[in-house]
Design a protein around this ligand. Structure first.
Ligand code: C2G
Length: 131
């Protein structure tokens, strides 16, 4: 069984996120999502998600491509996650291109996929504020 992992906040879940998850799943049979906890978001990404971790997790678990959601609590956990979950392929949107190449040393394929250009959580918030 080919195991794939990706990480993110996935706040205000939108079709750009689903496009990423669909394409990530094409690299294997089992897709794990490392979902940023509220604390990790605040402490390490300096952002506050609209939906809390439990709600973001519930939404992701409803997506057919997602097989398991685990908490992302630190930048460092990726290395151990690769072993812990026996990952074959690590996938991220290409806004992260190059940032996680070090994971190749853990024996995983590192794949950066083109983002869906016209949509983002920030854009949604901006558009809604202008309504
Ligand atoms: N994404 C995308 N297209 C968009 C928006 C997002 O392909 N229009 C992808 C991102 O590139 C990322 C994933 O969807 O791979 C999740 O996006 P975010 O929740 O914004 O993830 P981010 O806050 O960048 O956190 O350790 C990695 C971090 O947790 C990633």
């Amino acid at each position: 069984m080919k195991r794939v992992i990706t990480y993110g906040t996935f706040d205000l879940l939108h079709y750009g996120h689903v496009n990423l998850l669909r394409r990530a799943k094409e690299y294997g049979d089992y897709l794990i999502v490392g979902l940023s906890t509220d604390e990790f978001n605040w402490k390490s990404k300096h952002k506050k998600a609209y939906f809390d971790y439990a709600k973001r997790k519930q939404l992701l678990e409803a997506i057919r491509y997602v097989d398991l959601v685990i908490p992302e609590e630190s930048w460092e956990q990726k290395k151990t996650d690769m072993k812990k979950y026996k990952i074959d392929t690590f996938v991220m949107g290409d806004d992260w291109k190059g940032k996680f190449d070090y994971l190749k040393d853990e024996g995983v394929d590192v794949v950066y996929l083109p983002r869906t250009p016209e949509i983002s959580t920030t854009q949604i918030k901006t558009d809604l504020n202008e309504k």
